[in-house]
Design a protein around this ligand. Sequence first.
Ligand code: MRU
Length: 385
Amino acid sequence: MHARQRWLIDYRLDETLGSKPAMRQSTPEPGTGRAPSGVEAIRWRDGALTLLDQRRLPAEETWLDMPDLDTAAAAIRDLVVRGAPAIGITAAYACVLAMRARSAEHRGNDRAAREAWLADLDRLVAARPTAVNLRWAVDRMRAAAGQGDVVAAQERLERLAAAIHAEDQAANRRMAELGADLIEPGSRVLTHCNTGSLATGGTGTALGVIVNAWRSERLARVFACETRPWFQGLRLTAWEFAREGVRCSVLVESAAAGLMQRGEIDWVITGADRITANGDVANKVGTLMLASLARQFGVKMMVVAPVSTLDAETASGDLIEIEERPADEIWGSVGMTAPPGVDAYNPVFDVTPAELIDFIVTDRGVLEPPYEGRIAELVRAADAA
Ligand code: MRU
């Protein structure tokens, strides 16, 4: 492996693993060291949570044990697990771990256990601010916990976490069908970041649409942006496409303009971290650039996201907190440290205004502009179901 890539994978590992002895490498599946079938990011087996360490991919497939909520929160913050739906699912399981720990600690005192648990949830929600799925999952868990006996609550929470995981798998399948149906045969598509099995509980959002369209022979070319500075596209999406048998070409983000200018792209297809009531989309930094280019060069823009990513309570994208990550993620990505007096500007998401988006594909149907009112309608329908 190239020395720079090695460094990229390692540079936050030492920091995280070194400071948290509770997060240790688990024994891999007997004889393989890899996921038992296909790609999965999150495992819940016999009440234990393990996560595939995405910082090490594709070089190594290492599963990390998550013994408690704080270890899981650190894993979310440090990008062991990433992608909006996967963060939400992980958070749901973390709530179960925390309720188990608090009810053991405060045996016989439900009120004290619940209070300590509610404080745990605040730390979890703070792990990453932009993807709304984190807050969405924790809100559902909080509501399900109710007021009574915490041991009974723990059982309810475990069932709900598994349901959130299964719902995401079903949502992925539905979006893959709905999105692929929009794509004309012979299309050339461009995607950004990683939105596949690593980012969700199932087959993915945008990546699931592309894999489905590829299998139904609608796609002539697939392009994936490398996605600086963390290289989700180069490291994760390329790996997933290879495992799915999809031929893809990786490009640096700045090559996208020329491709579109030459008429070589028909669709930009991305996921989302949060979609506000008016249809604005927060997603991986660079999405706004791609959507703006798409509009400039007559390319269609599709955003694929489950209802858990819709935030009808936030009116518009300018109200979304955009996560900024440390400068060392930029310098470290090329094996360097910043020269004296220089730092970096490292927002990891941006907001694409609704007017640049032609389709929002959700598990409850496909939306077209104007989005105002329709996002809230979908959320209401999902809550009522
Ligand atoms: O920083 P990341 O890797 O968590 O960012 C992920 C994205 O921006 C994805 O596009 C988004 O979460 C949708 S994943 C189905």
